[in-house]
Write a protein that binds this ligand. Sequence first.
Ligand SMILES: NC(=O)c1ccc[n+]([C@@H]2O[C@H](COP(=O)([O-])OP(=O)(O)OC[C@H]3O[C@@H](n4cnc5c(N)ncnc54)[C@H](OP(=O)(O)O)[C@@H]3O)[C@@H](O)[C@H]2O)c1
Length: 306
Amino acid sequence: MLSTRVLLTGANGLLGQAMVRRLGPDADYTVLATARDETPRFEKGLCRYTHLDVTQPSEVTAVVEDFGPHVVVNCAAMSDVAACDEHRSDAWAVNARAVKTLAKECRQTGTRLVQVSSDFVFNGKRGPYNETARPDPVNYYGRSKLAGENHLRESGRSNWALVRTVLLYGPARDLSRFNIVRWIIDQLSAGETLHMVDDQHRTPTHVDDLATGIEQLISREKTGIYHMSGPDLVSIYELACMVAEVFDLDASRIESVSSDFFEDEVERPSHTGFLLDKARAELDYDPRSLKNGLRDLKERRSHQTP
Ligand SMILES: NC(=O)c1ccc[n+]([C@@H]2O[C@H](COP(=O)([O-])OP(=O)(O)OC[C@H]3O[C@@H](n4cnc5c(N)ncnc54)[C@H](OP(=O)(O)O)[C@@H]3O)[C@@H](O)[C@H]2O)c1
């Protein structure tokens, strides 16, 4: 049987690397992983790799014409909330305008586009959210991601899927950006005291569960919006306590605070998280519990070479 040709963008990020691990060795897929760097940060030999900056339309056209994908999975993003607020034009270029470029290219070539978005398109007043909830972002990252979603919707045909997710954690190499679970582990291991907010709630997502969900979306040729996250709704404080418990770290160093404690922080939605009924019913999406996800991370970290 003919394999499905998948072009991955942003393949050196947390989700991009998980997609490479999931699809790269699978004979049903021929994968071209791309990112801004000249060389991949993930394990070599899993799939082909080439440079692609998604904010450059000529590069997008050249790579799509050369590879001829059936599906593009766009994992490229500026996903750091504070960085998006500080570097707004860069955030808009990758989170919004590049999606327009990809959607146009996919429309012209008859390619399916899977776009990844965020719980931060919601205002956090009525979470957990299902796919019909109305977006209303409270910060620039959320606004730029929503603009990307809108470019997808406006691209004029329904050969796309939009996957929203929540607070990703999981194994990855050489990530360029902050990841909260890794940060909690590193800070507690160094004996630091942490102030963690107890008034922001999320459903943290093991990145391999998301990659499996996206694979199912591709293989079942689904279109439309899907919410994919972990199953457990916790505050950021509770998340830190669970990390401490699983990684045998000192939870007494974690202090619960409200969001007001961080006066200069960019506003974040208070209560997000997702309802997963649609993904469970249509994709057999079955994410692991937060505790099992953290145990998996611990297990895999213990097998990593330093
Ligand atoms: N992480 C989360 O907690 C979270 C939560 C909800 C939704 N999401 C969404 O999930 C998706 C994946 O996020 P992630 O956690 O994997 O983010 P990530 O680790 O920051 O990865 C994003 C990747 O995109 C790359 N990128 C940035 N600009 C690019 C460009 N112009 N051309 C090509 N690649 C570019 C980055 O490259 P550099 O390394 O060179 O910067 C980075 O490797 C994003 O759409 C994000 O908005 C993430």
